[in-house]
Design a binder for this molecule. Structure first.
Ligand SMILES: N[C@@H](Cc1ccccc1)C(=O)O
Length: 503
């Protein structure tokens, strides 16, 4: 049989009767560990070797553990000092013993806690008693530390003692996979019949590069059909891919991107949107309030206009909420529950100045809501915010924009449902059909901003606007049935790894 050089070396170094760890094989075969490992697995695939994997546990003293090997455990020192002070006969003042035991800082608590646990004596109303029969010299924890420090393994040591030392942070437990190798019958037969080094070499090794041997060898041809280990390269997360695609599509439709704070004044998040201050969404149940100083820089005139709209409404027939409005509440900071706060900032002229129609703006940004987690809800998600300002906009324009947008993702059957928002009239919710379950899922909310929103902002033209859910769009495009499969701690790695790469 002819085999590549490294495989021949490994085969010769392996035994049919002894399990040889790969490290030792590598040394004996004079190969780098990674070259030996690779050869081992190739020989295993040829059924010439058996590989056994075993988890091995090794213990290593922490710095604190090593210190106690030198200086003894704090509780042992305390016990000795207690006995020296006569506490084995009558209880002694604790302070006196601690001083004599030379314990400092955290060692005092450690000593006291373990003193009781190990039955060295009682501690009561500031006095320490020592049990005359306790044998602090034969402490199993101290003995175990000593053994391990001496380089002997943990084999003879009781598991409970080891656990205790790990939980006291005196030992680190390291788990390692050890692979050992034995020759199979086929391997033995092959060796007996004679194994030669193949003239052709199947791989360039570090050894060949350093020795220069690569110049003289003939390489085997590639077998492109051979099994190869799967390589999981890094790639853009599906959700990020979807976000990038959304941005491209919107930019392609003539939109510009908005940016702004995740933590913002309620003024921008809610008041500008004609959301009454006693609206349920503004209570502490739903709002992630932040304990930080309120916003300082709000345009005075705008604050007055917004307050007036809340109190008295807008226009001749306008009516306000007849409910309290406090500027302090408007200035308080919370995590934004929607990115419509950005739309308000931009429409007010404070971000990029006064805007003349037509204008189109969008963002794809995180929002935060105190929702209950389920298959379609996360506490943090991405909203695709957007608005168009133009003269004479109608609901047709709004619907047409969505049809055009979702078509770019192959979604051609969106449905609309009349809805209510305090800030838009009319309002529509959008629904899409899940590709596998056929269920209708809500994918967005939209509408035409009402005068109560636009007039205080100083906007004199129609504005249609929306907030779409990026995760829901990703559910429709990927077929994920649970948002938590896409991201978060429960994300389905196979699904993410298998997701198509798009450019
Ligand atoms: N803010 C709305 C979306 C929306 C934005 C703008 C206009 C209408 C609706 C939401 O979070 O659901």
């Amino acid at each position: 049989m002819k085999l590549p050089e490294s495989q021949v070396a490994v085969l010769n170094a392996a035994s049919a009767t002894d399990e040889t760890p790969i490290d030792r094989l590598a040394t004996e075969a004079d190969l780098k560990p990674e070259t030996a490992t690779q050869a081992v697995f190739e020989l295993r695939d040829e059924s010439l070797l058996d590989v056994t994997e075993r988890e091995s546990v090794e213990y290593e003293l922490t710095e604190e553990g090593r210190a106690y090997v030198e200086a003894d455990l704090p509780e042992t020192r305390l016990y000795r000092a207690a006995v020296d002070a006569g506490a084995d006969e009558d209880p002694v003042q604790m302070g006196q013993v601690i001083g004599a035991a030379d314990l400092d800082g955290p060692e005092v608590d450690i000593a006291l806690a373990n003193y009781g646990r190990k039955g060295y004596g009682d501690i009561e109303s500031g006095e320490l008693a020592a049990d005359p029969d306790a044998d602090a010299g034969a402490d199993p924890e101290a003995a175990a530390l000593e053994t391990l420090a001496g380089g002997e393994g943990a084999d003879g040591i009781d598991d409970e003692v080891l656990d205790q030392l790990v939980s006291r942070n005196l030992l680190d437990r390291n788990e390692r996979t050890v692979r050992t190798v034995t020759l199979t019958d086929a391997g033995v037969t092959a060796l007996m019949e004679g194994v030669e080094t193949a003239e052709t070499v199947d791989r360039l090794t570090p050894e060949m590069l350093t020795s220069g041997a690569w110049q003289d060898v003939a390489f085997t041809e590639y077998n492109v059909e051979a099994d190869a280990p799967e390589v999981q390269g890094g790639k853009t997360h599906v959700l990020r891919q979807t976000a990038e695609r959304v941005k491209d599509v919107l930019v392609g439709m003539g939109f510009q991107e908005m940016e702004g704070p995740h933590a913002d004044a309620d003024f921008w998040i809610n008041d500008c949107l004609f959301m009454p201050q006693d609206h349920p969404a503004r209570t502490h149940w739903d709002r992630f309030a932040l304990d930080v100083p309120p916003i300082a820089d709000l345009p005075d005139e705008l604050v007055d206009n917004v307050e007036r709209a809340h109190r008295a409404g807008v226009g001749e027939d306008g009516d306000g909420y007849h409910s309290p409005w406090s500027e302090d509440f408007a200035r308080a900071i919370a995590l934004r529950g929607h990115t419509t706060s950005l739309s308000m900032r931009y429409l007010s002229g404070t971000e990029v100045g006064e805007l003349d129609p037509p204008q189109r703006y969008f963002s794809v940004e995180k929002v935060y809501r105190n929702d209950t987690l389920d298959a379609t809800h996360l506490l943090e998600f991405f909203q695709i915010e957007g608005w168009v300002m133009a003269e004479n906009l109608s609901v047709r324009d709004l619907m047409g924009t969505f049809v055009e947008f979702y078509e770019q993702f192959g979604i051609t059957d969106i449905q609309f449902k009349p809805h209510y928002n305090p800030y838009t009239e009319p309002s529509f919710e959008l629904f899409g059909k899940h590709p596998t379950t056929g269920e209708l899922i809500e994918i967005g909310n939209s509408g035409m901003f009402r005068d109560e929103v636009l007039e205080p902002l100083g906007v004199e033209h129609d504005v249609m606007a929306w907030g779409l859910a990026l995760e829901r769009l990703a559910m429709l495009t990927t077929g994920a049935e649970d948002i938590r499969d896409l991201h978060g701690t429960l994300a389905d790695l196979d699904f993410l790894r298998g997701a198509e790469v798009t450019y």
